[in-house]
Design a protein around this ligand. Structure first.
Ligand code: AMP
Length: 184
């Protein structure tokens, strides 16, 4: 199964992806985590994207799609995966679908977590991960970018008939159950 876990920053995608990993025995693939790993290890890619991540802006589509295509081609993803933080533009979604189609594959489901903006801001500022992009100004920018660039991705997956929306406010367990009920 190839699952897209969709939603704004702070919606709980990472938390739910971890639970889904266990239940469905498929791996999470977080593009944000991949980029932060490269930044930490000061790779060529890490040096290239550091200022973009620090500012809260999006990494260019070509760069992100290449990173994802490289990653999912690895053995550990052959049974499927949970995409967390990708795609973040309609262009990324389309390019990725083209890649999958060439490999006789497709995204099976996209689950969107719905959380109001005030709640997102509160969650991110209180999670204390020490991320450079977790300041109030940068969170506000990331939420704006989400509205403008990323939310249209929902329309894209609605048009292909695989999108379901879930209330992302509640206990981790209840939200997990709602997600699972969409997948079974
Ligand atoms: P995240 O951990 O998902 O919040 O991602 C952190 C940052 O990584 C984002 O603010 C972007 O700068 C970058 N990033 C992660 N995924 C993508 C993506 N699919 N497209 C563009 N930039 C991304």
């Amino acid at each position: 199964m190839i699952l897209v876990l969709f939603g704004p920053p702070g919606a709980g995608k990472g938390t739910q992806a971890k639970l889904l990993e266990e239940k469905f025995a498929i791996k999470q693939l977080s593009t944000g985590d991949i980029f932060r790993g490269h930044i930490k290890n000061q790779t060529e890619l890490g040096i290239k994207v550091k200022s973009i991540l620090d500012s809260g802006n999006l990494v260019p589509d070509e760069v992100v799609v290449e990173v994802v295509v490289d990653a999912v081609s690895k053995e550990e993803y052959k049974n499927g995966y949970i995409l967390d933080g990708f795609p973040r533009t309609v262009n990324q979604a389309k390019q990725f679908d083209t890649f999958l189609a060439k490999n006789n594959s497709k995204v099976n489901a996209c689950i969107g977590l719905e959380v109001p903006n005030e709640e997102l801001m509160k969650r991110i500022l209180s999670r204390g991960q020490g991320r450079a992009d977790d300041t109030p100004e940068k969170v506000a920018l990331r939420l704006q970018i989400y509205e403008k660039e990323t939310s249209p991705v929902m329309g894209y997956y609605k048009s292909t008939g695989i999108f379901s929306s879930i209330n992302g406010v509640g206990t981790v367990d209840d939200i997990f159950k709602s997600i699972c009920s969409e997948l079974i």
